[in-house]
Design a protein around this ligand. Structure first.
Ligand SMILES: [Zn+2]
Length: 103
């Protein structure tokens, strides 16, 4: 996994307006990389494991929960699951744990 520069993170975060790309949750710039309801990571829309590129065009802001649960699904597959199982919103947290619904 690549290490991102502060400028790359700032740029990506700004473009996303501070929202998770998938379910629209507001995340905190300073919570980058944290396992936290407002934590976020750089996510590959098309997973590296499926030939996705590790470059800015394939980078997305994803909340920690979306990135954990998305796994090897691509962006549209994950959006489909969010709609199906989470009402289109980012997975919620309960007592420090991501609430999982999808099979
Ligand atoms: Zn999310």
């Amino acid at each position: 996994m690549a290490t991102y520069t502060k400028d790359q993170l700032d740029d990506l975060f700004e473009k996303a307006d501070g929202f998770c790309t998938y379910g629209g949750k507001k995340v905190h710039r300073r919570k980058y990389g944290e396992r936290h309801p407002q934590g976020w990571e750089v996510e590959h829309g098309n997973p590296l494991s499926r030939g996705g590129a590790d470059d800015a065009r394939n980078w997305r802001v994803a909340c920690w929960a979306c990135n954990r649960l998305k796994g090897n699904w691509n962006a549209s597959e994950w959006r489909y699951r969010l709609r199906e199982y989470y009402g289109g919103e980012c997975p919620r947290w309960y007592k420090g744990e991501i609430v999982k619904h999808h099979p």
